[in-house]
Design a protein around this ligand. Structure first.
Ligand SMILES: NC(=O)c1ccc[n+]([C@@H]2O[C@H](COP(=O)([O-])OP(=O)(O)OC[C@H]3O[C@@H](n4cnc5c(N)ncnc54)[C@H](O)[C@@H]3O)[C@@H](O)[C@H]2O)c1
Length: 368
């Protein structure tokens, strides 16, 4: 593993986005959002997606580099934006910043976005609310992409529809950041396994007949479907599916973005169909300080999360953690020692640097 200095890595990534016509401050936000994946250990949605997802989106014109979002409705606490194919990595961050600003005025701010593109890690955007002492919620549908089947259904209807929530956890404690796909695993993790030449666990993908698939390559061959969280109906599959539908409603139906479910899909093979264009976002900020003294909220939050981390463990477990703990630890280590970048990804980044005449930061080796 190579350890690359965080700030130089984000500078490099900023320059890559700038080379595609993204204005500097937005390119920087997009770089922060993308490198966040590598910083906090969500590598399936980090720099690995630069050459696989984002650069091709620019090349095919599916992202508008200099897009300026248009305000379609502004009711103070609720705003509807047309992102005009802006890069989701910065567009979702700006939507959260606007939601936070409105929550500062009204106690709550909701920004609904249509015609956006892939936002990367939803948690990056949700966590921005925590910097202002607020609770953040971010959901994104996958536009018209259909890869996951409803329980009992034979035709793919929805995407992996990510959902994230973040909240302050009091001084000195990692913020609560729940950040997840509403399928058991996002496609990025399946592709990560495919690149590493490793099988995936049973429970992530099923074939058309409902048998487990452990070959990760089957996903991109169109021969396997991600299962919603919970898996089968008996083990809670309707809950994951219901969450994915909630994301579809909040993130796409509310703003009028592209929807997954489509009767035309019935006529196909049942396999994957549609593209993740015209993605919708649901971005919400809640300001507890608008309702009661901020220190009361913060003090109680500190108690809540400390009660969890201080609670007794089972044998073999060091501590009870909550979503956000793992990410905070990995982030602190990566800021101190460098961001972990595996050799194949380093080669890809080097090729991008050579192509654009940019300098990729030097890293240290860590072969522990
Ligand atoms: N943009 C998109 O279309 C899209 C689609 C799907 C997923 N994603 C992103 O993919 C990323 C990965 O999603 P995922 O579902 O694989 O996440 P994951 O399974 O790695 O983690 C899910 C949640 O569980 C928590 N968690 C897991 N292990 C933990 C532990 N040991 N201790 C404490 N908390 C723990 C994490 O903090 C996280 O909040 C996310 O950033 C998500 O937003 C994006």
């Amino acid at each position: 593993m190579n350890l690359l200095p965080y700030h130089q890595l984000t500078d490099f990534t900023t320059e890559v986005f700038q080379s595609r016509g993204v204005p500097e401050s937005r390119a920087r936000t997009a770089a922060d959002a993308l490198v966040y994946g590598d910083l906090v250990g969500m590598r399936s949605h980090g720099l690995a997606n630069l050459t696989r997802l984002y650069l091709p989106l620019f090349e095919s014109g599916r992202v508008a580099p200099a897009a300026e979002p248009e305000v379609l409705a502004d009711r103070g606490a609720a705003v509807l934006l047309d992102s005009r194919k802006g890069l989701g990595l910065w567009a979702a961050a700006e939507a959260m910043d606007l939601a936070v600003e409105r929550a500062g005025q009204y106690g709550i701010g909701m920004v609904s976005v249509r015609d956006a593109t892939h936002l990367g890690c939803a948690g990056f955007h949700a966590a921005r609310a925590v910097d202002s002492g607020m609770v953040g919620l971010v959901a994104s549908n996958c536009g018209r992409q259909r890869i996951a089947r409803p329980p009992g259904g034979s035709v793919a209807m929805l995407g992996t529809n990510p959902l994230a929530a973040a909240a302050p956890a009091g001084p000195g404690q990692a913020p609560f950041v729940l950040d997840m796909s509403t399928t058991v695993a996002p496609t990025g993790k399946v592709r990560e396994a495919a690149r590493a030449g490793k099988p995936i666990p049973e429970g992530w993908l099923q074939d058309a007949e409902g048998r487990w698939v452990t070959d990760p390559h089957a996903l991109d061959r169109g021969e396997a479907f991600p299962l919603f969280l919970g898996g089968h109906p008996e083990t809670g599959g309707y809950k994951g599916y219901g969450l994915a539908l909630l994301v579809e409603v909040l993130a796409a139906l509310v703003p009028g973005a592209g929807l997954g479910p489509d009767p035309d899909a019935y006529a196909g093979t049942g396999g994957p169909s549609g593209r993740d264009d015209d993605i919708g976002f649901f971005v919400l900020a809640v300001a507890p300080a608008a309702l009661r003294p901020e220190q009361d909220f913060t003090g109680q939050a500190a108690g809540l999360f400390a009660a969890l981390t201080g609670s007794p463990t089972l044998p073999g477990t060091d501590r009870v953690a909550y979503p956000g703990c793992r990410e905070a630890d990995l982030r602190a280590a990566a800021l101190a020692e460098g961001v972990p970048v595996a050799d194949p990804l380093l080669d890809e980044l080097r090729a991008v640097a050579d192509d654009l005449g940019l300098k990729l930061p030097e890293g240290d080796r860590d072969d522990r």
